[in-house]
Design a protein around this ligand. Structure first.
Ligand code: F0G
Length: 432
């Protein structure tokens, strides 16, 4: 079977060529997913080959995405691959964080170690490679910051023109600065993420620009390798839980797909449960999974974790299917809980951006309510680097961080810098 695009809607399942430039099913408007050509080799042979590639100097073997290319829908496309050696992100045990959550142990898979500092690079290497395969010259995305930083870098590396659209005043300077530095044409739009996505979809169609939001099935393919790499690093020992933050819900869609494919292919003997954590002010998926019924968007999403400030996530049907397939759960956490959990992750010497800390905050709640057992084997995915949003960090530690609505957050684990005179005795006294 050759690689194809397939509509995920069970009543439709229409199939399309892997080179059709479509993001939704032209027949029923359902979301699309890519299917890869079933590998000839056995799981045992592939696991061995993937491990050996870590020792190779070929760029596509060094990439923590393309190393697993037998699981990707890019057969025969090696000449088109655009890689910045993404992936290869570490698994970091964190006892202080585990103690905070009430768990015996936690391991963070830190996607902030990627070339542009977020998990988006895992998906973007595939998205931009597909743009090259299709002969596109311009690529576009709307973003809360990380997608645009990543797309700008990969497009620049590939010699394509990146066009990015961001909510005016609502992304961190670290992320905006990356897009500018990588040469993206940057439009700051006076609208929120969801409104801009609708706009960009129309513009992309009208101007023949390739859209690289996570609705793009090739982004999802790349991001699913985060789960493959995690299991490879654990010698294929499946954790009890995988925890991640949820915004537009592309990543949960990717993780679920990757895990199911590994299970169906005989690489793992069971599925971990997956927990998605949303910020309280931007938690439409949490509400939907609690209450059922129609999916209802949050029209004015609010959170200081701007990466996940999304009220109308496009991938919710995929996310719902993956939560059900993995017997997963969805949790939500407050601004204070995110801020404090983030400081704890910092105290582990690890650090992350605010959205990523929703994982630890969520785990603490899931432990307290008994959903996650004390001795559970937990992998939490930190999605972005600590330096993505330094303004937030400075404000938290100096007690000047205000939640949306103006309530000042407590600097529970604050560590404010001390202003001192240029005086040896005085400084010695302070150090003690
Ligand atoms: N964590 C970080 C650091 C993110 O940047 C995002 C999404 C998420 C979590 C949520 O992932 O959307 O797949 O559920 N950022 C997007 C962006 C929306 O534009 O950079 P998701």
């Amino acid at each position: 079977m050759n690689s194809e695009l397939i509509c995920i809607n069970p009543g439709c399942r229409a199939r399309y060529s892997i080179t059709d430039v479509i993001y939704n099913c032209p027949q029923c408007d359902g979301l699309l997913e890519a299917e890869f050509t079933a590998p000839q080799a056995t799981p045992v042979e592939l696991k061995k080959a993937w491990r050996e590639r870590r020792m190779c100097n070929r760029p596509i073997d060094q990439s923590g995405v393309w190393r697993y290319r037998e699981m990707l829908p890019f057969d025969g496309q090696e000449a088109h691959i655009v890689t910045l050696r993404e992936g290869n992100t570490p698994l970091l045990p964190a006892s202080r964080a585990a103690e905070y959550a009430g768990l015996d142990g936690i391991t963070f898979k830190h996607q902030g170690f990627n070339p542009t500092g977020s998990f988006k690079d895992n998906g973007m290497t595939c998205g931009v490679t597909q743009a090259v395969r299709l002969g596109m010259s311009r690529v576009a995305c709307v973003s809360t910051g990380n997608t645009s930083a990543s797309m700008a870098a990969y497009a620049a590396a590939a010699g394509l023109k990146p066009l990015i659209f961001i909510p005016n005043g609502n992304i961190s300077y670290g992320k905006l600065a990356q897009a500018l530095e990588y040469g993206a044409r940057t439009f700051q739009v006076d609208a929120n993420f969801d409104q801009i996505l609708a706009l960009v979809r129309v513009l992309a169609e009208r101007l023949g620009i390739y859209l690289l939001n996570s609705i793009n099935p090739f982004r999802i393919e790349g991001q699913k390798t985060i789960m493959i790499e995690m299991l490879d690093q654990r010698d294929w020992v499946v954790p009890d839980w995988v925890v991640l933050p949820g915004g537009n819900l592309g990543n949960i869609s990717a993780f679920g797909k990757g895990l199911r494919e590994l299970h169906d292919g005989g690489f793992i003997d069971r599925l971990p449960r997956v927990a998605v954590v949303q910020a309280e002010g931007a938690a439409p998926f949490y509400d939907f999974m609690q209450e059922g019924g129609e999916f209802r968007a949050v029209h004015h999403p609010e959170t200081l974790a701007t990466a996940i400030k999304i009220g109308d996530p496009v991938s919710w049907p995929k996310a719902q299917a993956e939560i059900l397939a993995t017997k997963g759960v969805v949790e939500r956490v407050s601004e204070q809980e995110i801020a404090d959990a983030k400081a704890i992750i910092g105290q582990c010497g690890i650090g992350c951006e605010p959205a990523s800390a929703a994982t630890l905050a969520g785990l603490r709640k899931l432990r307290a309510s008994g959903v996650v057992a004390k001795n559970a084997d937990v992998v939490a995915v930190l999605t972005g680097n600590v330096l993505k949003d330094p303004d937030y960090i400075y404000r938290y530690h100096t007690g000047t961080l205000d939640a949306p609505g103006g309530v000042r957050l407590k600097s529970t684990f604050g560590n404010a810098p001390v202003v001192v005179p240029n005086d040896e005795d005085e400084i010695a006294r302070l150090i003690g």
